[in-house]
Design a binder for this molecule. Structure first.
Ligand code: NCD
Length: 305
């Protein structure tokens, strides 16, 4: 595998391998903090859209593996601001470094970048398209808690139209046999229909809802998302739906004791801070640290061949 562009490219064996390597990376960090298996390798982090966790965890992952990095965050300071094309920028940094981690507002940008270079390209989010490394860290978090996704009801809530993390996670889950995927969103933010083919084909019960209470009591994994303001052309529509679902302690009272609450972050009001101390809330205590371990695993698998 040269690139990581879409959740669609993974087989179950690939995911099993990523999970195993992620666990060993977690051990390395806990025991020694770092290793030098990528000594001498350099990663370019080429980010055309805002990012905190994805950017920071890729940089930290590369450094904990002994590698270096070129940070290009806020490309307004680079030649992109002079009108340089994506392939030209990618070819330039591919000659300085061993892989390109790309975040870009355009769906399909990572594929364009991958075609421009023989070096590995990792899609760190392409507009409202995909975010495969986030899906892997989300999946790792679910597996780490439950041991398997078999029999689980996974409920995805919020902006399912534009939320790229959801798009990649649904695709990844379709490799397995969760009992059900419940999709909860306002009517204007429903998941693109083309993403439902795979899970339905696999025989997973997939249903769409507007009211969270319809599915909350049966849910094992409650995955909430931010309404993606930057994707709206009409901000009046955004204002109407931005707080469609807010997870509060009262909502959590209606959820299973064994359920987990996830969010890719940043949150901008979808989960009240009073929920953070609930042991079921895994965004801060598991998803964010797992993001670094998963990215260490992916970088080592791509670059240490
Ligand atoms: C997400 C993203 O960028 O798609 N953030 C992240 O990478 N953890 C989710 C979001 O921005 O809402």
């Amino acid at each position: 595998m040269k690139d990581i562009l879409s959740a669609d490219q993974f087989t179950k064996d690939d995911v099993t391998q990523v999970i195993a390597v992620t666990k060993s990376m977690r051990e390395i960090v806990k025991k020694k903090g770092a290793t030098d298996i990528l000594k001498g390798k350099i990663m370019t982090a080429l980010f055309y859209e805002p990012s905190s966790r994805t950017f920071g965890s890729f940089v930290a992952a590369m450094q904990r593996l002994g590698g270096g990095f070129i940070p290009l965050q806020g490309v307004v300071y680079s030649s992109v601001a002079k009108g340089e094309s994506l392939p030209d920028t990618v070819r330039t940094f591919a000659s300085f470094s061993d892989c390109i981690v790309l975040r870009h507002p355009q769906v399909g940008a990572a594929h364009i970048a991958a075609d421009a270079t023989d070096k590995p390209v990792i899609n760190a989010g392409d507009g409202p398209g995909e975010h495969p490394t986030q899906a892997l860290l989300d999946f790792f978090t679910i597996m780490d808690r439950f041991g398997s996704v078999e029999g689980l009801t996974v409920t995805l809530v919020g902006d399912l139209l534009n939320g790229r993390t959801v798009h990649s996670l649904v695709t990844l889950l379709s490799l397995y046999s969760p009992k059900a995927i419940r999709l909860v969103s306002p009517g204007v933010l429903k998941i693109p229909a083309k993403l439902l083919g795979k899970p339905k084909q696999t025989g997973i019960a997939v249903t769409e809802h507007e009211v969270l209470d319809d599915v909350l009591a049966e849910t094992d994994v409650l995955y909430t998302t931010r309404v993606q303001k930057e994707r709206f052309t009409d901000l009046d529509v955004y204002e109407k739906v931005k707080y469609a679902y807010i997870i509060t302690p009262d909502v959590m009272k209606k959820a299973k004791k064994t359920a987990i609450l996830m969010h890719p972050f940043p949150r901008v009001g979808e989960i009240s801070v009073e929920v953070d101390n609930d042991p079921r809330a895994l965004y801060l205590r598991a998803q964010i640290p797992n993001g670094m371990y998963v990215r260490m695993a992916l970088l080592s698998l791509l670059l240490n061949q």
